[in-house]
Ligand binder design. Sequence first.
Ligand code: AP5
Ligand code: MG
Length: 188
Amino acid sequence: MRLVLVGPPGSGKGTQGPVLAAHLGVPHLSTGDLLRAQVEAGTDLGHRVGEVIDRGELVPDDLMIAVVAAALGDGTAGGYVLDGFPRTVAQAEMLERGDSPLAAPDLAVHLAIPDAVVHERLARRARDEGRADDADPDIIDRRLQVYRDETAPLIDHYRDRGALVTVDGDAAPDEVSKRLLDAVASRR
Ligand code: AP5
Ligand code: MG
């Protein structure tokens, strides 16, 4: 199964993605983790994207598409769980083109949580882990705004294609995992 996770910052994409991938027996890719590793390693790509991430803005679509294609190779027909990609309608449409290097998803899972919970979770992570884009509440608000403007339109995009499930992510992690596995099982 090819599955993409769509949800605001802190909704649990990175927590739940590996759980779903292990359950489905497919690879998992977080584009945010991948980009942060490039920044950490000081690569050319890392230099290009570091400031964009710290401002809470999105990396340009054409760059992202190349990065994801390079990371997953051409073995994507067998399945994947993607966390953080596609993140714009343009990225989703790229996946649907005949010449896409990646196979299009079967299902988009919308992980929904209220903004107040986003702030609580990311403030906690800022204290525990020190992720730069969590440190400033104004940057968290910017990430939420970018989510609403650029990413949330994917919800209608996948709903129109009959390929959307929405899961309430505002619960303990194990409960959210259970909800996700139930939602995915109902669509297999
Ligand atoms: P990305 O890393 O994807 O950041 P994000 O979408 O803001 O999401 P987060 O990673 O903050 O949250 P999450 O949903 O993974 O939640 P998590 O499980 O960690 O992207 C970062 C940046 O990279 C973007 O801003 C952009 O610049 C760039 N980028 C990435 N992909 C891109 C793309 N395709 N195109 C363009 N640019 C791109 O949970 C959050 C916290 O809450 C954790 O501490 C966790 O332990 C805790 N938590 C999780 N679940 C629960 C729960 N149920 N109860 C309590 N706490 C919980
Ligand atoms: Mg994440």
